[in-house]
Design a protein around this ligand. Structure first.
Ligand code: ADP
Ligand code: MG
Length: 243
C-alpha cells in the first residue's frame, strides 16, 4: 500500500507540475498570437499564408495545453447528484447544428429508467461526453449515425452507450486509445480518451470500447447509480485511503 501511495503521490506531483508548466506557456503564447495578428496587417500575400500556418499551430498548442490542464485537475471537488440524461440531452442539442451541417443523424434510444441520477461533478461528465461526441463526429462522414442509449444493467449500474458508424479502430488503436498522447489524427492531441477514463473512474465507473474497422465504434460507460452511492455499495479509493 505504501508503494502505491508513493506512486499516487508522485503522479499528482507530476500533475501539478504539468499544470503549472501549461499555465506558464499560455502567457507567451498569447503574446505570439497578438503579434501574428499585427504582422498580418502589413504582410504580403505569401507571408500571410505562412503566418496562417503559425496561427494554426498556435491553436493546436493551445488545445494540447487546455487538455493537459483538464487532465491534471484534482479529483472530484464539488459533488452533487445530477441526471445523466439531462447532460446527454444538452450535448445532443449542442451538436445538433454540427450534425445538420455534416449530414449526420443523432438517434436517441428510448429508455425505461425511472431516473438516471449519478453522484459526482456534472461539469467533468459534460466534458467526458463532449470528448466522446467529438471523436464520434471526427470518425464519421456524411450519412453517419450517432446512437445514444441509456439503460440499467443487472447490478443496477447506469450504462450509457455512444455508438457511431464511423471508420472504426483496428486492434492497435483499440489497445492504445486510452494512452496519453496516442492519436491517429493529423491534428489530434491524444488526450481526450485519457481524460474520459480518468473522470469516469473517479466516478466509480468503467469504460469499455467495441470497434470494428469500417463499421464503427461503441463506447460503453457504466456508472454507479445515485442510490447505490448513498447505500454505500460504492466507495472511492481516495476516500478509503483518507479514512
Ligand atoms: P484525439 O481525438 O486527439 O486523437 P483521443 O484520446 O480523443 O485523442 O482519441 C485517441 C484515438 O482513439 C484517436 O486518435 C482515434 O484513433 C481513436 N478513436 C477515439 N474515438 C474514436 C471513434 N469514435 N472512432 C474511431 N476512432 C476513435
Ligand atoms: Mg478526441
Amino acid at each position: 500500500l505504501e508503494e502505491r501511495l508513493a506512486h499516487t503521490g508522485s503522479l499528482s506531483a507530476l500533475g501539478e507540475l504539468a499544470a503549472s508548466i501549461a499555465h506558464e506557456i499560455r502567457n507567451p503564447m498569447t503574446t505570439l498570437k497578438g503579434f501574428t495578428q499585427l504582422l498580418k496587417v502589413t504582410a504580403s500575400e505569401d507571408s500571410i499564408r505562412y503566418i496562417s500556418v503559425i496561427e494554426e499551430e498556435i491553436r493546436r498548442m493551445e488545445s494540447i495545453l487546455g487538455e493537459m490542464l483538464l487532465l491534471s485537475k484534482p479529483a472530484l471537488k464539488k459533488e452533487t447528484t445530477f441526471s445523466l440524461e439531462t447532460l446527454i440531452n444538452d450535448m445532443i442539442q449542442l451538436f445538433y447544428p454540427k450534425a445538420i451541417m455534416e449530414g449526420i443523424t443523432i438517434v436517441q434510444k428510448e429508455n425505461s429508467l425511472e431516473d438516471t441520477l449519478i453522484v459526482g461533478e456534472a461539469d467533468k461528465i459534460k466534458q467526458v461526453l463532449l470528448n466522446l461526441f467529438k471523436n464520434a463526429f471526427e470518425a464519421m462522414s456524411k450519412n453517419g449515425v450517432l446512437t445514444i442509449g441509456i439503460e440499467q444493467d443487472v447490478i443496477g449500474q447506469i450504462v450509457l452507450t455512444i455508438a457511431d458508424t464511423g471508420k472504426g479502430m483496428n486492434k492497435n488503436q483499440i489497445n492504445r486509445a486510452f494512452v496519453s498522447f496516442f492519436t491517429s489524427k493529423a491534428k489530434g492531441t491524444g488526450l481526450g480518451l485519457p481524460f474520459v477514463l480518468k473522470v469516469v473512474e473517479e466516478h466509480g465507473g468503467s469504460v469499455n470500447v467495441e470497434s470494428e474497422v469500417g463499421n464503427g465504434t461503441t463506447f460503453i460507460l457504466s456508472f454507479p447509480s445515485a442510490i447505490a452511492h448513498v447505500q454505500g455499495k460504492f466507495f472511492r479509493e481516495d476516500k478509503a485511503l483518507s479514512s
